[in-house]
Ligand binder design. Structure first.
Ligand SMILES: Cc1cc2nc3c(=O)[nH]c(=O)nc-3n(C[C@H](O)[C@H](O)[C@H](O)COP(=O)(O)O)c2cc1C
Length: 400
């Protein structure tokens, strides 16, 4: 998918056109009004789900609501939905629900008893607890980014998986990894415009037998309208689901960090201290990734390129890196930029880049610093820093 999704100078020049925000597809899936709904405010035992994905800022732009979430997303387009199967949880009817993030509600799509999705996630007994399914809605992102959206889908997914893992861990629970069959998409009522990309579970397998749900759930479009981009839809169908569990760092103030996190739009490099830069450089990255850090501004730390936590080349590469990142001017005020490369250009490494970046976001927020994921860069120009393709970058600096 690398070649189909490259950003070149020619592509960027041709894309400098007016984007009509009135045609943006809806960012939140809505099930019909007659479905039974449960407010999550009344279920403290599901607070981990609320903190996994929630609206953390809302204002209005051009008379339309503009909502931002606990997780960042390329272009704030949020091509993700979450579903849960709930069984044997006090106060809740066992069933398959859509998580309506806009209203912090669970919307029941099907009540369950002896049937369930278990046989489609590799279980032959009923699962007591919650099975979480995360789906991708490609058109929300391809509407703006075309084929390059393929990368953003999986980077966004990585951010979301890390947010889930951190939230579950914060609330003292454990994630179990699951794989799923292709048929689960059909059973969940999904068409070409939505695909399940990761499944996890929280709870335990019981002794009771379970039958597969026999008829698909109702089909509801995830957006108010869809345009199919075959170069994007086809590869999604053959991408295996991701089921690794991120090794998240723990923070006592997790809920506060989760709700206050924002992507940087400007930096004040003077409010950042070297100890925090060092800690950020030391966050362990998944072994599939190669991390190269460019420190531009610090008090006494060496300015230069860091590999494996050590300064490998001295010098200030600020203008080269800002240029690489599509000349996004605000990045020039950052203290450092992390480039995330990987040998394999695939969905899995993009997800892992997103997971790692979400850890950077959380640590920045904890130390009152700020950062922004950067998915826009000239691919070919990154080859002077590594022979492995560049997947993602994160600009980090002091808060203004
Ligand atoms: C995969 C990905 C790519 C992004 N790329 C850029 C980028 O190139 N430039 C930028 O300024 N912000 C970028 N962002 C940040 C988003 O613009 C930001 O997350 C979104 O506007 C929502 O704002 P919030 O993170 O404060 O909630 C990116 C975020 C993600 C997750």
């Amino acid at each position: 998918m690398r070649e189909q999704t490259l950003l070149t100078r020619e592509w960027v020049a041709a894309k400098q056109t007016f984007l009509d925000w009135d045609t943006q597809p809806s960012s939140f899936k809505q099930y019909p009004h007659f479905c039974y709904r449960v407010s999550l405010k009344e279920h403290p035992s599901l607070q981990w789900l609320v903190q996994t994905r929630c609206i953390t800022d809302e204002h209005s732009i051009a008379h339309k609501p503009y909502r931002r979430l606990n997780v960042p997303s390329a272009g704030n387009l949020h091509p993700i939905e979450i579903y849960v199967q709930i069984r044997n949880i006090a106060g809740l009817l066992s069933g398959i629900y859509h998580y309506d993030v806009l209203n912090e509600e669970l919307v029941m799509i099907r009540e369950i008893a002896g049937e369930g999705i278990e046989p489609h996630v590799g279980l032959d007994k009923r699962f007591s607890g919650v099975i979480v399914m995360i789906s991708l809605v490609p058109f929300r992102s391809s509407w703006k980014y075309g084929a390059r959206a393929w990368r953003y889908l999986y980077l966004d997914l990585g951010h979301q998986i890390d947010a889930l893992a951190a939230s579950v861990r914060h609330f003292g629970l454990y994630l179990t990894k699951m794989s799923h069959t292709e048929h689960l998409n059909t059973l969940m009522g999904m068409g070409e415009d939505e695909r399940i990309a990761a499944v996890y579970a929280i709870g335990e397998v019981s002794e009771r037998a379970v039958k597969p749900i026999s008829t698909p759930l109702m089909h509801v479009q995830p957006t108010d309208y869809t345009e199919y981009l075959n170069t994007l839809i086809e590869p999604l169908k053959t991408t295996p689901s991701y089921n690794e569990i991120p090794n998240t760092l723990m923070y006592e103030d997790f809920v506060l960090l989760n709700r206050s996190r924002r992507s940087a739009r400007e930096f004040n490099p003077h409010t950042m201290n070297d100890a925090i830069l060092q800690q950020l450089i030391s966050i362990p990255a998944p072994s599939s990734l190669e991390i190269i850090v460019f420190v531009f501004q610090a008090h006494s730390m060496q300015i230069g390129t860091y590999r494996n936590g050590k300064c490998a080349v001295s010098g200030n590469f600020n203008s080269e890196i800002v240029h690489l990142l599509l000349d996004q001017r605000f990045i020039s005020g950052s203290n450092m930029v992390v480039l995330i490369h990987a040998e394999h250009f695939c969905a899995q490494t993009h997800i892992e880049a997103g997971i790692y970046a979400q850890e950077l976001y959380r640590m920045c927020e904890h130390h009152n610093a700020t950062c922004s994921g950067i998915g826009a860069f000239y691919d070919e120009e990154a080859s002077c820093y590594s022979d492995k393709p560049l997947l993602y970058a994160v600009a980090i600096g002091g808060k203004v």
